[in-house]
Design a binder for this molecule. Structure first.
Ligand code: CA
Length: 235
């Protein structure tokens, strides 16, 4: 497991690195946002520890840019913030960070959070074999197949359009993660999309019709008011 540490305070970066290397993680360190983006592209880390206050590009901007890049691995991002208003910024802006940790934190706490995030990726298949599996769904990116499993273990192939399939795969790649419409557009259409971002709602509505038992009360694709959507299906 590769971890990219992005932290401008060298002492803190060193402590994080030593702590994680002791747990047998492979670590690399960047002291500013621009270097971090380069390292991210070269190394494709599994997890990124990202300080909010950074020189050149701040943590929020780095987070946004990482989420916009289409890479084989979509890493987990653990944001580091100082006490106070910064926490509200991180949560409020829904940047695509998966978790956050408030400074100062103990090495034990750090390791616990990192392990929890990586467990999440293993449990949900990550990019292993290009298959995402949750309790009720399996999507296979290579075979381009999507299957719904009932509670009595019967399986049913879902007939999805390419967009619906990509939407479901994106959701299943990060169960529980909140996606803004912009982030979904970046994933599904790339950066050259010029249209109304409400187009996402249309595709979500169509996908819900195919996968939700009750579209009026969605079980799997939940609306997050003021932000976007998230997919939930406990394994
Ligand atoms: Ca800092």
């Amino acid at each position: 497991m590769k971890i990219l540490i992005i932290e401008d305070e060298m002492e803190i970066a060193k402590i994080i690195q030593t702590t994680l290397e002791r747990e047998s993680f492979e670590c690399m360190v960047a002291y500013d946002g621009l270097t971090a983006l380069d390292l991210f592209q070269q190394q494709e880390p599994d997890l990124i520890i990202l300080d909010l206050m950074l020189p050149k590009l701040d943590g929020l901007e780095v987070c946004t840019r990482i989420r916009q890049k289409i890479t084989a691995k979509d890493p987990y991002i653990l944001m580091l913030t100082a006490k106070g208003e910064e926490i509200d910024r991180v949560i409020g802006l829904s940047t695509g960070a998966d978790d956050y940790l408030v400074k100062p934190f103990s090495p034990i706490e750090l390791v616990a959070r990192v392990r929890a995030l990586l467990r999440r990726s293993l449990r949900h298949g990550g990019t292993k074999n290009n298959v995402y599996e949750t309790q009720h769904f399996t999507v296979d990116l290579d075979k381009h197949s999507a299957i719904r499993k009932s509670d009595d273990n019967t399986e049913e192939a879902l007939e999805l359009t390419t967009l619906e399939f990509n939407l479901l795969s994106t959701f299943m790649s990060y169960p529980g993660r909140v996606w803004s419409r912009t982030q979904l557009i970046d994933k599904l259409w790339g950066n050259d999309f010029f249209g109304d971002e409400r187009v996402v709602d249309t595709h979500v509505r169509r996908l819900r019709k195919k996968i939700e038992p009750d579209t009026a009360n969605p079980t799997f694709i939940k609306t997050v008011v003021g932000v976007g959507y998230k997919f939930e299906d406990e394994a």
